[in-house]
Write a protein that binds this ligand. Structure first.
Ligand code: PMP
Length: 360
């Protein structure tokens, strides 16, 4: 271990992302990317920005990414002052942990959830209380209403909706119940997967100044490689995020990301068509896995969380890997017998079910 490390670094347990293999001919169903390419308008916008000689790359991008904030504002009928943008929603989340979650009271999140939350707690010195999911792996809103933290204070609440890696959706009125019950702290709803079957809570930001909704372009807009995410909430929350951003990296989004993201947000037809296709494939894959004996949790996301009552999940993941198919397996209590399978193209999902039939 390096003698130059600080204690903070020594104590960190960093997030381990899903494998991003270098081999092209693998069927990659492990990190919830979209099977379809982004809108053709994205490619055209990036090519136009590059021009023939890339001369514009000499120049810094707009530090406020106003074009993008305006596109998000138009899409969700809010104002640009209610929008914060960042280099992927992971970066937006980092700003949230720095700026909006109180550092003198524990925050609440589910015990089975996006594994970056505990990592950011470690990095930014935020204390946390984890709340177990219900027996059916759903989040019970009552667990987040009126439960005091240490000394009766709560520093904030964060959860994905749909939750990850379970895919389970919380109804919008339950989200509202949590927001209403916690007026003195920020409630962050991470809607990375909402476009595959949920309703966004963004309209509720017009009614509650303690609600922040986070979106990513990595999933439903097919742009994981471009790294764009945003948050929508009351201008006072956005101002706090901007203050942290301007103390950290004034230019988080590059020129290509800004124009590409705008084009993706503006192509509603491509977005709707591709999301509907993923939803149809999810229905088919859920039925196919059930027919193979899997217990499949209801999913509102672009992945399925499933277990086979007789077969070890790690073994299944290994056997699939030998057939060039990668799925995600988490070695965590309560979910170590589940596989998380991204909804790929119809052909990818067919290859997965054929592979499983062979293994079982
Ligand atoms: N939130 C959740 C719940 C996620 O699963 C992910 C993707 N791993 C993210 C946020 C981050 O996505 P990105 O940084 O690509 O926007």
């Amino acid at each position: 271990m390096s003698r130059f490390w600080s204690q903070v670094v020594r104590d960190l347990t960093p997030y381990v992302p899903g494998e991003q293999p270098k081999i092209a001919n693998l069927i990659k169903l492990n990190t919830n990317e979209h099977p379809f390419p982004p809108s053709p308008a994205v490619v055209a916008a990036i090519q136009a920005e590059l021009g023939d000689d890339g001369a514009r790359l000499r120049l810094y991008p707009d530090p406020n990414a106003d074009l993008l904030k305006n596109a998000v504002a138009r899409r969700y009928a809010v104002t640009a002052a209610e929008v914060f943008v960042g280099n992927g929603s992971d970066e937006v989340l980092a700003h949230v942990f720095m700026a909006l979650l109180k550092h003198d009271a524990p925050i609440l999140f589910p015990d089975i959830t996006y594994s970056f939350y505990p990592v950011y707690c470690g990095l930014y010195g935020v204390d946390s209380i984890t709340i177990p999911l219900a027996a059916d792996f759903s989040i019970d809103p009552a667990d987040y209403c009126g439960q005091p933290g240490k000394n009766g204070k709560i520093g904030g609440i964060i959860f994905p909706n749909p939750n990850a890696p379970t895919g389970r959706l919380m109804a919008l009125d339950a989200v509202e119940q949590i927001v209403r019950a916690n007026p003195d702290c920020v409630v962050v709803v991470d809607e990375a997967y909402v476009d595959f079957g949920g309703d966004t809570a963004i309209p509720l930001t017009q009614k509650y100044d303690n609600l922040l909704v986070i979106h990513t372009l990595s999933k439903s807009r097919s742009l994981a490689g471009l790294r764009v995410g945003y948050a929508v909430g009351h201008p006072a929350l956005i101002e706090a995020l901007e203050r942290v951003k301007n103390s950290f990296n004034s230019y988080p989004l590059d020129r290509l990301a800004i124009v590409g993201a705008v084009a993706a947000i503006e192509d509603e037809t491509h977005f709707q068509t591709c999301c509907q296709a993923v939803i149809a494939t999810r229905t088919q894959l859920s039925a196919d896995l059930a027919a193979l004996g899997f217990e499949v949790l209801p999913s509102a996301a672009n992945f399925i969380f499933a277990r086979h009552p007789q077969r070890d999940a790690a073994e299944l993941a290994r056997a699939l890997r030998e057939r060039s198919i990668i799925v995600r397996h988490f070695k965590l209590p309560r979910i170590d017998q589940f596989l998380r399978i991204t909804i790929g193209s119809d052909a990818d999902c067919q290859a997965l079910t054929d592979g499983l039939r062979d293994i079982l």
